[in-house]
Design a protein around this ligand. Structure first.
Ligand code: NDP
Length: 458
């Protein structure tokens, strides 16, 4: 068998494993095996690359793989569940940057060798991939800084016009480069493309970040697919297309879950500090043992987990409390909002980790009508996803985002540490409802205390 055939077979095998892996990732039950399958596919694709006859600089490549593996391995081992979105943003950026780097090498070869020719379609794909990959690279890095809270939103006059002008310059330099292979044009093309990624992300914030991260994911996939065509690499074309398509679908679903159009997310300024009607009334707090005792007199309880549960790592304790209620014959459910936490599926992952069976977990659409018939809803570190301002306050930045109808329950306990706001940085009207009580403290400690109280009563 010749080497080319072996390489192509390996690439198709890798592509099949990527597809099967992705399919399995769609359910929490099979997700772990899906990740492993896709990982094996990637290993096969990397190994096949070494069989290319023209491959050289093997030592440098192996060194790069070694350094990358060590950093990724240690990073993934160390990262807390709450740091996952930042890590995803960073890896996304690296993928986009790698695609742009491939394009840079291909385009630079036109500069370095005046006899080199590139068909116009290949050139166009190289430039499009370079543009999208560069945007994803700087955009994702900025998203990383924002998620880490190292960077605030940046606004300046004529922002959208300036942003669009920079994008128009990037496209123009890309086109000019086809006719004039000169170093200044090459540099200007990449500089404006990278700058646009940063500018685009600067003003996006608040609750819109999940949509943007997902969009950059799609961008990285598309950039990789484009460069796959340029260097004629089947594995890159298939993997890039899969990531591009999955990322695009996820972006649409996330935007839909927040009732926002993509244009609105990208171009409408989000500023939590300059919004929202005044809130009248006061919040009421309740002591932990009192809240626990009330659980003895109910028939139906819904738990609503949010980002705070992830911070506190309270999922095991919450499931322990749910089990105590189940033993008492109480009907227990967990309600999950699509953007609860800091990444898609964040709450599903935590609850699965704690061993909560899937039958107890419901999506927002499934459970939203049940709240009105629920005796007590226990909100654990959730805030934006239960804020009724999304339904009632037209000036609110989250107005229009579907929320969990927690406010309709007979009684609500909100477990949080203090007066901290949610990701969108706005006041939560729910906390001022007459049927709502704040149970202050770290989620894990509060739930542990509730469990202790219930057990002592037995
Ligand atoms: P929020 O970010 O709205 O609120 C979290 C709440 O948890 C805070 O009000 C905080 O209050 C409380 N909290 C923090 N630590 C603890 C702790 N140890 N114990 C108890 N409570 C704690 O969370 P939601 O899940 O409701 O909403 C998610 C938000 O994040 C949405 O706005 C969404 O758009 C955004 N987002 C989602 C992403 C995704 O893909 N899912 C990605 C990026 C952003 P206090 O400080 O008082 O304790």
């Amino acid at each position: 068998m010749n080497t080319d055939l072996i390489i192509q077979l390996a690439y198709y095998t890798a592509a099949i494993l990527f597809i099967l892996g992705l399919k399995r990732m769609s359910s929490p039950k099979t997700a772990t095996s899906g990740v492993k399958l896709a990982g094996v596919g990637m290993l096969i694709a990397i190994a096949a690359t070494f069989f290319f006859p023209a491959m050289h600089n093997l030592l440098l490549i192996l060194l790069a793989i070694l350094i990358g593996t060590i950093i990724a391995w240690l990073g993934a081992k160390k990262v807390a569940m709450t740091g996952m979105p930042e890590m995803i943003a960073m890896y996304n950026g690296m993928g986009g940057g790698a695609a742009a780097a491939i394009a840079a090498i291909e385009l630079f070869s036109l500069l370095a060798n005046s006899d080199a020719k590139m068909p116009i379609t290949t050139f166009a794909l190289a430039v499009i991939g370079a543009l999208i990959g560069s945007i994803s690279f700087t955009g994702s890095i900025l998203a990383f800084f924002k998620l880490r809270d190292w960077l605030k939103n940046v606004y300046f006059p004529w922002q959208q016009v300036i942003n669009l002008a920079v994008l128009a310059f990037a496209i123009t330099f890309g086109v000019i480069f086809y006719f004039h292979h000169t170093l200044p044009i090459f540099i200007l093309f990449f500089a404006t493309s990278l700058l646009y990624g940063a500018l685009m992300t600067m003003s996006i914030g608040g609750a819109d970040m999940p949509v943007v991260i997902s969009l950059y994911n799609a961008f990285t996939g598309l950039a990789v697919a484009c460069e796959g065509f340029v260097i004629n690499n089947v594995a890159m074309i298939i993997a890039g297309t899969i990531v591009g398509a999955a990322g695009t679908l996820l972006t649409i679903l996330m935007a839909k879950a927040m009732n926002r159009s993509l244009m609105n997310v990208l171009f409408v300024r989000f500023d939590g500090s300059k919004c929202c009607g005044t809130v009248s009334g006061t919040t009421k707090s309740m002591e932990i043992p009192d809240a626990a005792i009330m659980l003895n007199y109910v028939t139906k309880v819904i738990f609503v987990p949010g980002y705070g549960m992830a911070v506190a790592q309270a999922q095991q304790k919450v499931w322990e409390l749910a089990n105590l209620l189940l033993e008492k014959g109480i009907d227990v459910k967990f309600a999950i909002h699509p953007v609860a936490g800091r990444m898609p599926g964040h709450m599903n992952v935590l609850l699965a980790e704690a061993g909560v069976p899937y039958d107890y977990i419901s999506d927002m659409d499934e459970i939203n009508d049940d709240f009105q018939n629920t005796d007590i809803v226990i909100v654990i570190g959730a805030n934006d996803v239960v804020n009724p301002a999304a339904k009632t306050d037209k000036t609110s930045p989250i107005y229009g985002m579907p929320i969990l109808n927690v406010d309709q329950a007979k009684q609500i306990f909100v477990i949080k540490r203090g007066k901290g706001r949610g990701y969108a940085g706005i006041e939560n009207l729910l906390f001022f409802n007459k049927n709502c009580h704040m149970v202050y403290g770290d989620a894990k400690q509060v739930v542990a205390h509730m469990i202790q109280t219930l057990k002592e009563q037995k």
